[in-house]
Design a protein around this ligand. Structure first.
Ligand SMILES: C[S@@+](CC[C@H](N)C(=O)[O-])C[C@H]1O[C@@H](n2cnc3c(N)ncnc32)[C@H](O)[C@@H]1O
Length: 291
């Protein structure tokens, strides 16, 4: 099932091997050595001592919200409970107008049903999955649709976007394979998400589990690179006056990759990365107030 990765550069510090039985690739060296050399070495000694992370009873760990209320009554559902806080934020940010949502990965239908129930009336929820049996969770009367295909197939994604998109919210809870996460994002975020839309990738902890790691370049690596991409505008323009309101040097136009202009926000949480797309693309403006 793993994709071919011809032409992709592999970082030197990670050794990628192919399993003889499956032909699938896995990264043998983990954790990433950069964790120790680049991040931990910058902290004072006390901050890097091991601690027991488990908190026996945490009153803040209570899960709240209408998505959880509905989901917890759904038979066969399976989710990490800390996801619901962000889900709830996303639900409320979508407001009261009908929304269009795409979920990659239907499984037993629990999540698509939950979103379909909780999104404002008139909303459309589309689930995609490789597994044909997921078609049974379609409920056209409730605007809940299921299409069968792979999240790694750009033609399939395009056809789903043409049929139901563009979407206000896309949730990737599919194969959790690193290259699939990247491929789906690169096809759906630019083309199938509305301006101002949100794209959530969940279970990114699987990037740290060898069984899911079908490429040395993980989705988390890719997301970190997109933080740099979000700052592309500043790369060859190291002078704040180029962006200052009413300054003679102020630039009217800057050429950057379109994806750089689209990225408004990238939020990382444990196992979750949420991207927001800009509503309008414009240059950042600085203002110098008179003394
Ligand atoms: C974690 S489950 C989805 C769970 C569901 N979102 C929920 O919370 O109830 C992952 C699903 O992704 C599907 N899947 C695996 N590989 C896929 C691919 N390449 N394209 C689309 N779906 C895939 C599996 O068949 C499975 O149903």
């Amino acid at each position: 099932m793993a994709e071919e990765h011809e032409g992709r550069e592999q970082p030197e510090e990670q050794e990628v091997t192919a399993s003889e039985e499956t032909g699938e690739q896995s990264v043998q060296q983990y954790p990433h050595p950069g964790l120790e050399t680049r991040a931990l070495s910058r902290f004072p000694e006390a901050a890097v001592q091991p601690v027991a992370r488990t908190v026996p009873e945490d009153p803040d760990a209570e899960v709240e919200g209408e998505l959880f209320q509905y989901w917890s009554k759904t038979p066969g559902g399976h989710k990490w409970l800390h996801y619901f806080e962000l889900y709830e934020e996303i639900l409320h940010s979508l407001g009261s107008r009908p929304a269009r949502m795409l979920e990659i990965g239907v499984f037993r239908g629990g999540s698509v049903r939950m979103w379909s129930h909780c999104l404002p009336p008139g909303s459309t929820v589309v689930g995609i999955d490789l597994d044909e049996t997921c078609k049974q969770f379609e409920d056209a009367a409730s605007n809940l649709h299921v299409r069968i295909g792979s999240q790694a197939d750009p033609d399939f994604l395009k056809s789903v976007a043409e049929e139901f998109g563009p979407f206000d919210f896309i949730l990737d809870d599919g194969s959790h394979r690193t290259d699939h996460m990247i491929d789906s994002f690169t096809h759906l975020f630019p083309e199938a998400l509305v301006p101002g839309g949100q794209y959530l990738v969940e279970d990114t902890h699987t990037n740290y589990w060898l069984a899911y790691r079908d490429s040395a370049y993980s989705f988390v690596d890719f997301s970190k690179d997109l933080i740099d991409m979000m700052h592309a505008i500043y790369l060859d323009r190291p002078d704040e006056r180029l962006f200052r309101e009413e300054h003679a040097s102020r630039l009217d136009e800057v050429r950057v990759p379109e994806i750089a202009a689209m990225l408004k926000e990238i939020r990382f949480r444990d196992s979750l990365v949420l991207f927001q797309k800009h509503r309008h693309y414009h240059l950042p403006v600085s203002r110098l107030l008179e003394e």
